[in-house]
Design a protein. Structure first.
Ligand SMILES: CC(=O)CC(=O)C(=O)O
Ligand SMILES: [Mg+2]
Length: 215
């Protein structure tokens, strides 16, 4: 296993995020169910690792947690068919797609991009790298998240509208993926606001978990 993949944060390649990939989450925000994958980007400067804090951005009124399965691309993918995708997966991680919800809603209403709402500093807290053999079936992984000990999100990746293989194949037909690029695969329902002083704990079943404080 390449040390670049184990250190995917320092390697610092493109962060692609999938939106509305769980029906119940699309519905809870009143969004339509997508008929094909819907993606956006975060800057690599938004990565943080455990020991660092999530900082509420200036002027933000509602910052939401979104717990997600992350995939690290292991080798170049350009127009790769779904059957060949497993060879291109380098590993996994747990991610938070921290979202400035009011700024996102306002951008959405005006037809503007979500870049600042999704890409502010500290908007992408991640876990350590999870080797791919620890997740033999990425479509059957529990995702959970607690705020101050209270369960807020509890889902399973089998509820994804577009499974990991489909997502990577679809993206690779449009955007060439390179070693170290990552994909955040979307969040299940239960997203909600956090405040200064809150503690987020979340996990991928009992495979890995992480803890972040909100400053
Ligand atoms: C509405 C969203 O913020 C889309 C998103 O990021 C998701 O995970 O779904
Ligand atoms: Mg998300």
């Amino acid at each position: 296993m390449s040390s670049k993949l184990q250190n995917f944060v320092k390697f610092g390649r493109t962060i692609i995020c999938v939106g509305r990939n769980y029906r119940a989450h699309a519905s809870e925000l009143g969004n339509p169910i997508p008929s094909e994958p819907f993606v956006f980007l975060k800057p690599v400067s938004s990565y943080i690792t455990q020991g660092q804090d999530i900082k509420l951005p200036l002027g933000a009124s509602e910052i939401h947690h979104e717990v997600e399965l992350g995939v690290v691309i292991g080798s170049r993918c350009s127009s790769v068919t779904e059957s060949n995708i497993p060879d291109h997966i380098g590993g996994y991680f747990l991610a938070l797609d921290m979202t400035d919800r009011n700024r996102q809603k306002s951008a959405q209403t005006k037809g503007l991009p979500w870049t600042v709402a999704k890409g502010f500093d500290t908007a992408c807290p991640v876990s350590d790298f999870v080797p791919k053999d620890r997740i033999p079936d990425p479509q059957n992984v529990d995702l959970w998240l607690k705020v101050n000990g209270n369960l807020r999100q509890s889902g399973n990746t089998k509820l994804m509208i577009f499974p990991v293989k489909k997502l990577i194949s679809w993206i690779s037909e449009r955007i060439t993926l390179e070693e170290g690029d990552v994909i955040l695969t979307g969040t299940p329902e239960g997203v909600g606001p956090v405040r200064s002083g809150d503690i987020i704990e979340c996990g991928l079943g009992d495979i890995t978990k992480m803890k972040y404080s909100i400053k």
